[in-house]
Design a binder for this molecule. Structure first.
Ligand SMILES: [Zn+2]
Length: 106
């Protein structure tokens, strides 16, 4: 159960609309991302990301041949941590090469 953001009536979590005021409860934004063409095993796959604005969570699903094959949801705090991870500046390539050489002992 949760509270409707418009009328503050209590509604079941699975309801898409509030039964008291008809406000939509599962507003979401959806975007598809294509797999890297450089990774052969990901051929034909896509990542679908759904942001549920009322529930405040993000759901990731892997699609292959027009069908979801796996899915996972992150709560808002974990989604924000993921966004920070993805938007942090990447180290320069030369630094990556040095770290890889050190790890691989070459
Ligand atoms: Zn309502």
């Amino acid at each position: 159960m949760r509270e409707c953001s418009r009328c503050e009536g209590w509604i079941e979590d699975s309801f898409r609309f509030c039964p008291w005021c008809a406000a939509p409860q599962r507003l979401k934004l959806v975007e598809f991302f294509a797999a890297s063409p450089r990774i052969e095993s990901d051929d034909g796959k896509a990542l679908r990301v759904s942001r549920y604005l009322a529930d405040r969570h993000v759901r990731f699903s892997i699609w292959k041949e027009r069908q979801a094959v796996e899915a996972l949801s992150l709560d808002e705090a974990e989604a924000e941590r993921l966004a920070a991870f993805l938007t942090a500046p990447a180290p320069p390539r030369e630094r990556l090469r040095r770290v890889a050489a050190r790890v691989l002992g070459r």
